[in-house]
Design a protein around this ligand. Structure first.
Ligand SMILES: [Ca+2]
Ligand SMILES: [Ca+2]
Length: 957
C-alpha cells in the first residue's frame, strides 16, 4: 500500500518588511511626492485650470490620498456622460478619447476609473503610443477598477431566446456572424459536442475510410474536428469532406500533423468534436453556422430562460503597441477582468497542428519546412532559419511596449492564450493577477521564432512575472502550459502559483538541439507548482529547452521553487533538448510521478549540459537521463520523502504567492463551528476503565489541544478508550474523531454520558481509514462526557494500527452533510463527461446509500463533482470507497462558481473505506470536486476510484 501523506498546499505567508514586493500601490505612493516637487503649488493650480477648460477630467483628488494629483476620468458600462465625471461617467471609448486629448499636456498621471459591471466590447480596446494612449514624460495612464468594483472587459455576446427541444436539447438563434469555439453558461465553460469515432476508422494518405456511411449523413461535416492526443501534444484537424466511407481531412493540417519528423504524429483520432449528431451529454453545445442556431443540453439545475449564456465574439480584447523607436510607455491596468475572448484560428485548414506548448505548424509543407531546419533529416533538411512556427495568439496582446504594469487583474473564459507579451516588450510588471479557464497558455512572453534576431534588444527583456495565480488553463488546447516564456532576456518569473495544468507548469526558452539563441539572464525563482502534467506527458513542473546564455553566469537560474504532485510522465524540473547553462539550486521536488530532475539530449553533437544541480530537496538524488547524460553536470542534493518530509518549512513557506497575494489562491473563508472539546480535560483508559499506559512521550492533552499534528496513543493494550470531560452538560449533534495516518482504528464507537458512569452509545464507525471522521447523531444528545472506544485496531490483521487520537471535536446540533442528494457529475480529467461502469451512475456518489457507488470507465483518473445548490460553509469532507475499488491518493477542490477552483485538501494512504478530511480552514463554496490522483494504474495497490459517498459537512442551511 502506498502511504503518501501530503501536507496542506504550501502557501507563502512568511514575509518581512524588507522584502515587501513592489506593488502598484506602494509604487504609486511615491508618485504624489515626486509630482509635488516637480509642479509646485502654483503650477498645479494652473494645470487644473487648463484642464478644466477641456471639461474632460475631474478635479484632482485631495492632497494626501494615494491618487493625489492624478487626473481622473470616469467610465461605466452604461456611461453616457460627455465629461467623464464620477457623477456622470462616460463610455470606455469616450474615456479613452479623453485620455488621448490630454495625455501629452496633462503633466500628471491620469487614472481612468472603471465602474463595476460588464463592458461589452465591439472592438479591441487598442492602446497606441502614437495616439497618446500611454503616459508621457514619466507619467502613467492607469485604467483601474473603482474601489471595490469588478469591471469586466468582455468579448462575448449574450445569447437569449432559448427554446426547449424534444430531446432535452435547447436551441437559440444567433446572429449570422456568430462563430466561436466556446460557450459559457453562467460563467462555466460548456463542452463542444464530442464523442468517440462513430464508424471505425482506417488511416489513408488523405484521411480515413470508415466501416459504414454514418459520417456521410452528418449535416455539417466540414465543421467536424478530429482531435489527437499524442505524447506531449494535442492536434486538431478539420474534416474537409466525406463521401460514402471515405473521409478527406483538411490540408495542410493533416499532413502537418501526421508527417512531423520528430514523432508525436497523429494517427486515429482520440475523439471527434463539433457535430449536432454528437450532442447527447448534459453540458454539451453545438453551433450550427449554416442555420445560425446554437444548441445546448443543460446540466441538472440549469435554466436557460434565466441563465447568462455567453458566446465569444471579439478575439483581441485589449492590445497595446508602439514602434521600435517610440514604444508605448506609461500604461497600467489594474483590477480588470478580461473575459469571453474569441479565437477561431484553429478552425482554418491549418487546424491546430501542435509542435509543443501550443506552438503550431501552419502553411503547406510546414511539417518539413518549419522548425526542422537541418536538424532532423540530412536528406530532407527543411528550410532555415530554425523556427518559423506559429504561436497561438493572446486575447490580450502587447508588443513594442515598455514599462507596462498589469496588476490585480483576472484573465478568464478566454479562447486563445490569456496574455501575450511580444516583440520589444520590456520592463513590464505582471503582479497579483489570476489566469484561469483559458483555452491555451495562461500567459506568453516572447516567442519561438526569434531565436537569433539581428537586434537583440527586440527580444522581450527585463519583465517581471510575480505573484500570479495561474491554474486550470490550457483547458481546450491541452498541450499548453501555465506560463510560456520563449526567447527572452533578463526576465524574472517568481512567486507564482501554477497548478492544475494539463502539460508543463512553467516552460522556459525554446529551440531544441544546436540552435544558437540569444536567450540569457532569466530567473525562475520561488514558484509553487503542483498538479501539473494532468493530461499530456513528457514535460515538467518547470520545463526548459535550448541554450541559455553563453555561460552559467548569464544562463538560467532556477531556485527556491517547490514542485510537487505532478503526474503524467514528466520530471519536476525537466531539461530538454539543447538545454545548456542552467543552475538549479535550493528547489524542492516531491510526490511527482517521475524522477525529480532529468532530461533529454537529443543526439550527439548537440549542446546539452553545463548544469549545476545542488542543494535541492529531491526524492531521487540521481537524475534521470533517458536520452544520454549531459556534459558538465554537478549534483549534490538532499533526499526527501514523497510526502515532502524533510523539505525545510522555510522553503515551503517562501515558495508561491507572497503574503499580500496569498488570498488570491485561498478559497473564501466559511464560518467555523465551535469545538466544545477544545482545551477540555481528557483521560486515556483501558477498556476496564483503568488508566491506560501511554506511548513514550505522549500526552493525553494532545487529543484536545487544537493541534492536529499532536496525538495520544495508549501502550500495552491494543484496545483503549479516550474520555473527554466537557465540564458541563452540552447539547451535541456530532463529534469528530481525528486519527493520524500510521495509527488508526478501523472500527470504533462513541459513547455519551451525563455523569461519567452511565454510558449510551451514540455512534458507531466501521471501516475507517486515517483522517478526521465525523459521527453524526440521529438526534441531539445532552452529555458532559464523551468516550471514543477502539473496537478494531490493528491487532488480528486489521489494516490500521493501534488507535491514536489527534483531535476530538464536539459540536452543537446544526452540522449536516450538505452534499446529500445534491446533483453530482462524473467527469474525466479533461472535464468531459465520464463514461460509467455498468450499474453505476454519477448520482450514486451522493445518494446516501453506502451500497451504491459511482465509478467511471475507460480512463483511470476521473472527477466526482457535486453542486451543493448554494454557497455553503464546508469544514470537513468525507469519502467512502469500497474496499476493493479505491484510489490511494486524491485531492479536493472547491469553487464558488463552478469555474474557478481552489485546492483545499490532499489525502494519500487511503486503503478504501471511510476517509475524513478536516479542512485547514472552513471554506465557503457551492461546488465540490474530488480528483483522483493515484488509482491503481501505475502499480498502485488500490483500484480505480469508486465513490460510494462523497460528503461535505458544514452548518445546515
Ligand atoms: Ca492534537
Ligand atoms: Ca452511494
Amino acid at each position: 500500500m502506498a502511504t503518501k501523506a501530503r501536507p496542506p498546499v504550501a502557501r507563502s505567508r512568511a514575509h518581512t518588511p524588507d522584502d515587501t514586493p513592489r506593488t502598484a500601490e506602494n509604487r504609486r505612493s511615491a508618485r504624489p511626492r515626486r509630482l509635488a516637487r516637480a509642479l509646485g503649488i502654483g503650477t498645479t493650480t494652473a494645470v487644473v485650470a487648463a484642464l478644466a477648460s477641456t471639461a474632460a477630467v475631474a478635479a484632482p483628488a485631495p492632497e494626501g490620498s494615494p491618487h493625489a494629483a492624478a487626473l481622473r476620468i470616469y467610465a461605466a458600462p452604461d456611461g453616457n456622460g460627455a465629461a467623464c465625471l464620477q457623477a456622470n461617467p462616460c463610455t470606455l471609448t469616450a474615456a479613452q478619447a479623453k485620455v488621448r486629448a490630454v495625455s501629452r499636456t496633462a503633466g500628471t498621471d491620469i487614472d481612468v476609473v472603471l465602474a463595476g459591471g460588464t463592458y461589452r466590447l465591439d472592438q479591441t480596446l487598442a492602446f497606441d503610443a502614437a495616439k497618446g494612449d500611454g503616459g508621457s514624460d514619466g507619467h502613467t495612464v492607469t485604467y483601474e477598477a473603482a474601489p471595490g468594483a469588478q469591471p469586466v472587459l468582455s468579448g462575448g455576446q449574450q445569447v437569449s431566446g432559448w427554446k426547449q427541444g424534444a430531446d432535452g436539447v435547447w436551441s437559440a438563434k444567433v446572429p449570422a456572424t456568430a462563430d466561436a469555439r466556446q460557450l459559457y453558461v453562467d460563467g462555466v465553460r460548456a463542452q463542444r459536442a464530442r464523442g468517440s469515432d462513430p464508424t471505425g476508422f482506417t488511416r489513408t494518405a488523405t484521411g480515413y475510410t470508415t466501416s459504414d456511411t454514418t459520417l456521410d449523413s452528418w449535416k455539417n461535416i466540414s465543421d467536424v474536428e478530429f482531435v489527437y492526443n499524442v505524447g506531449w501534444t494535442q492536434m486538431r484537424c478539420g474534416v474537409a469532406s466525406v463521401s460514402g466511407t471515405s473521409v478527406v481531412m483538411d490540408q495542410p493540417c493533416f499532413d502537418n500533423s501526421t508527417k512531423k519528423q520528430y514523432g508525436v504524429n497523429a494517427d486515429l483520432p482520440s475523439f471527434v468534436e463539433n457535430a449536432r449528431e454528437l450532442l447527447n451529454d448534459p453540458g454539451e453545445w453545438y453551433l450550427d453556422k449554416s442555420s445560425h442556431t446554437l444548441y445546448y443540453k443543460p446540466r441538472e439545475g440549469q435554466d436557460l430562460r434565466t441563465a447568462d449564456v455567453e458566446l465569444p465574439r471579439l478575439q483581441t480584447l485589449v492590445s497595446g503597441t508602439g514602434t521600435e523607436a517610440h514604444p508605448l510607455t506609461g500604461l497600467s491596468l489594474s483590477g480588470i477582468t478580461f473575459a469571453y475572448g474569441n479565437w477561431t484560428g484553429s478552425d482554418t485548414a491549418d487546424g491546430f497542428s501542435e509542435v509543443q506548448a501550443n506552438m503550431r505548424l501552419t502553411g503547406d509543407d510546414a511539417w518539413q519546412k518549419q522548425g526542422s531546419c537541418d536538424r532532423f533529416s540530412t536528406t530532407d533538411p527543411g528550410t532555415c532559419p530554425y523556427g518559423n512556427w506559429t504561436m497561438t495568439p493572446g486575447n490580450v496582446v502587447f508588443d513594442h511596449t515598455q514599462g507596462l504594469s498589469i496588476t490585480g487583474s483576472t484573465f478568464q473564459h478566454l479562447g486563445a492564450a490569456g496574455l501575450q507579451l511580444g516583440r520589444n516588450v520590456a520592463g513590464s510588471t505582471l503582479r497579483g493577477n489570476v489566469f484561469t479557464d483559458i483555452s491555451g497558455n495562461g500567459l506568453e512572453i516572447g516567442n519561438g521564432t526569434d531565436a537569433n534576431p539581428d537586434d537583440v534588444s527586440l527580444l522581450p527583456h527585463d519583465n517581471t512575472v510575480a505573484d500570479n495565480w495561474v491554474h486550470n488553463v490550457a483547458v481546450e488546447y491541452t498541450g499548453g502550459v501555465g506560463i510560456f516564456q520563449g526567447y527572452a532576456r533578463d526576465d524574472v518569473i517568481e512567486h507564482n502559483q501554477v497548478n492544475d495544468v494539463p502539460y508543463s507548469g512553467i516552460s522556459s526558452n525554446w529551440g531544441w538541439g544546436r540552435t544558437p539563441t540569444k536567450t540569457a539572464g532569466n530567473k525562475i525563482l520561488d514558484n509553487l507548482v503542483f498538479d501539473a502534467m494532468q493530461q499530456r506527458n513528457d514535460g515538467g513542473g518547470i520545463y526548459v529547452l535550448g541554450q541559455e546564455g553563453d555561460s552559467l553566469a548569464d544562463g538560467l537560474l532556477i531556485s527556491g521553487n517547490v514542485v510537487h504532485d505532478g503526474v503524467g510522465g514528466g520530471h519536476a524540473i525537466y531539461t530538454d533538448g539543447g538545454s545548456q547553462y542552467i543552475t538549479m539550486t535550493g528547489n524542492a521536488m516531491y510526490g511527482n510521478d517521475e524522477f525529480s530532475m532529468g532530461g533529454c539530449r537529443e543526439s550527439d553533437g548537440t549542446p546539452y549540459g553545463d548544469f549545476v544541480f545542488t542543494g535541492n530537496y529531491v526524492e531521487n538524488t540521481t537524475p534521470d537521463w533517458p536520452c544520454g547524460a549531459p556534459d558538465d553536470f554537478t549534483g549534490d542534493n538532499i533526499k526527501v520523502g514523497s510526502d515532502g518530509s524533510g523539505v525545510p518549512a522555510s522553503l515551503l513557506a517562501a515558495a508561491g504567492l507572497e503574503a499580500p497575494y496569498a488570498h488570491l489562491a485561498d478559497a473564501p473563508a466559511g464560518s467555523a463551528p465551535v469545538n466544545l472539546a477544545t482545551g477540555k480535560p481528557a483521560q486515556a483508559q483501558f477498556l476496564d476503565g483503568s488508566p491506560a499506559q501511554l506511548q513514550p512521550g505522549n500526552q493525553v492533552a494532545s487529543a484536545t489541544d487544537g493541534d492536529p499534528s499532536t496525538w495520544v496513543q495508549a501502550s500495552g493494550q491494543f484496545r483503549w478508550q479516550l474520555v473527554v470531560d466537557l465540564q458541563q452538560p452540552q447539547v451535541l449533534g456530532s463529534v469528530t474523531v481525528g486519527m493520524p495516518q500510521p495509527h488508526y482504528a478501523t472500527d470504533f464507537h462513541v459513547d455519551a454520558s451525563t455523569d461519567g458512569s452511565a454510558w449510551t452509545t451514540v455512534g458507531t464507525v466501521h471501516d475507517s481509514g486515517w483522517g478526521t471522521v465525523p459521527v453524526l447523531f440521529g438526534s441531539p444528545v445532552t452529555a458532559r462526557y464523551l468516550r471514543v472506544v477502539a473496537d478494531k485496531p490493528d491487532d488480528w490483521g486489521q489494516r490500521g494500527d493501534q488507535m491514536a487520537i489527534s483531535e476530538i471535536g464536539a459540536y452543537a446540533p446544526g452540522l449536516s452533510n450538505l452534499a446529500l442528494g445534491k446533483p453530482a457529475q462524473a467527469l474525466f480529467i479533461d472535464r468531459t463527461q465520464a463514461d460509467m461502469q455498468p450499474n453505476s451512475l454519477p448520482s450514486y456518489a451522493t445518494d446516501g446509500d453506502a451500497s451504491t457507488w459511482a465509478q467511471a470507465t475507460g480512463q483511470y483518473r476521473w472527477i466526482s463533482q457535486v453542486d451543493l445548490g448554494a454557497q455553503r460553509s464546508i469544514d470537513l469532507v468525507t469519502l467512502l470507497q469500497p474496499d476493493d475499488k479505491f484510489a490511494t491518493q486524491f485531492h479536493v477542490d472547491v469553487s464558488a462558481d463552478g469555474s474557478s477552483w481552489y485546492t483545499v485538501a490532499r489525502h494519500g494512504g487511503s486503503a478504501g473505506g471511510l476517509t475524513g478530511i478536516q479542512l485547514d480552514h472552513p471554506v465557503k463554496a457551492r461546488y465540490l470536486r474530488l480528483i483522483v490522483d493515484r488509482p491503481d494504474q501505475g502499480g498502485q495497490t488500490g483500484g480505480q476510484m469508486a465513490v460510494s459517498e462523497l460528503s461535505a459537512y458544514g452548518p445546515s442551511a
